[in-house]
Design a binder for this molecule. Structure first.
Ligand SMILES: *Cc1c(COP(=O)(O)O)cnc(C)c1O
Length: 357
């Protein structure tokens, strides 16, 4: 027997979420963002599960694009961070990887390489100020790319505040982008991360780029994935390996920072920050056992955490505890840990086997 701590991956839920993204995008086509090992779900299985629906994949770097090819997938793969060295351009051409070129160095690499046949996008910086060319630089950039013009598929920008429905930054970025690319109506445009799919009236143009929503977690501040019609894809579960009753005045775990104020039946669960469960999730973070919601007690250890079994008197050693999934959304756990679902899903460590359904 092995330790039954695992991440169940529901590929049917993944497809449901992709279809939801595609339906919210309307005429826009959605490319499936599968970077960071498919947001921790396993890039090969996620990629294969979406092969019939996604016209393109998007990843951060060329290693991830190779993983999709190794999984037998032939669709174009957009490299959202471009290439990291000039030598990678030849591989992009041969493999159908489509880098997003975002800075002058990358233009020089392309010029130096001199070969045609590479397809690429250009990144426009509309206010995120991570990567991309300023809007006013675009005419010069496109002119410089004249010898490679056949490979220029279109323009990409990325939103800084799309997760916040109260912020007007996305509208400003959208207007800035639309004005910047207006001189090239024949080229494609791509602006939308997951959050943009939920913003009323947000134009998504030709290609959207949903990531987190495919995995069932929420892209919006203050909302959970299920509230947005998304289905959780990952269920992180671990066995209850001990139970005991602590007496009033006794503490649990490192730092002894949770002290029972009455007799409390508690259990130990075989999962911890060594598995990617967030150490910042403290007492009262929700979990579930046998479909019932319970709460964490005290500090998360590397390989274990404690739960309060008062709400689940029938629970016993050997029962499976859901850390997040169908009953407790990863968004709730993330909120308790002061982070976002993205970080929890991508942070599940290699020690946790992914089991696919
Ligand atoms: C990661 C990423 C996305 C997907 O964002 P989500 O919020 O996960 O939907 C889209 N575009 C770019 C440029 C990205 O880096």
């Amino acid at each position: 027997m092995s330790r039954p701590t695992l991440a169940r991956i529901n590929l049917e839920a993944l497809r449901h979420n992709f279809r939801l993204a595609q339906s919210r995008a309307g005429q826009t086509r959605a490319m499936a963002v599968v970077k960071a090992d498919g947001y921790g779900h396993g890039i090969a299985d996620v990629g294969r599960a979406l092969a019939d629906e996604a016209g393109k994949y998007a990843v951060a770097c060329i290693e991830e694009a190779r993983a999709l090819r190794d999984a037998g997938l032939r669709q174009p793969v957009v490299l959202l961070q471009g290439v990291h060295e000039p030598g990678d351009l030849a591989e992009c051409r041969h493999q159908g990887f489509v880098p997003v070129l975002h800075g002058p160095e990358q233009l020089q690499w392309l010029a130096g390489d001199g070969q045609s046949g590479l397809s690429f996008w250009l990144k426009v910086n509309t206010g995120m100020n991570r990567l991309g060319f300023r809007p006013e630089a675009l005419p010069g950039v496109v002119a410089e790319l004249e010898p490679f013009r056949k490979g220029l598929l279109g323009f990409v920008t990325h939103f800084a505040c799309a997760d916040d429905l109260d912020s007007t930054m996305t509208e400003r970025q959208t207007r800035c982008f639309a004005d910047a690319v207006a001189p090239w109506p024949e080229l494609a445009r791509s602006v939308g991360n997951s959050a943009a799919h939920f913003r009323p009236g947000q134009p998504l143009y030709e290609w959207s780029r949903p990531g987190i929503m495919l995995y069932g977690a929420s892209p919006l501040i203050g909302r959970t994935g299920p509230e947005l019609g998304l289905r959780p894809v990952m269920t992180l579960e671990a066995p209850l390996i001990a139970e005991r009753t602590v007496r009033a005045g006794e503490s649990i775990g490192y730092g002894a920072n949770w002290v029972a104020d009455r007799e409390t039946r508690m259990g130990m669960v075989a999962v911890g920050y060594g598995d990617g469960y967030p150490r910042h999730a403290g007492t009262d973070t929700p979990a579930a056992i046998n479909g019932r919601r319970i709460r964490l007690l005290g500090r998360v250890s590397m390989d274990m955490l404690a739960v309060d079994l008062s709400a689940a008197p029938e629970a016993n050693v050997g029962d499976r505890v859901e850390l997040w999934g169908e009953t407790v959304s990863v968004d709730e756990v993330a909120a308790c840990a002061g982070t976002i679902g993205y970080e929890l899903l991508t942070g599940v460590t290699a020690r946790v086997p992914r089991v696919y359904r």
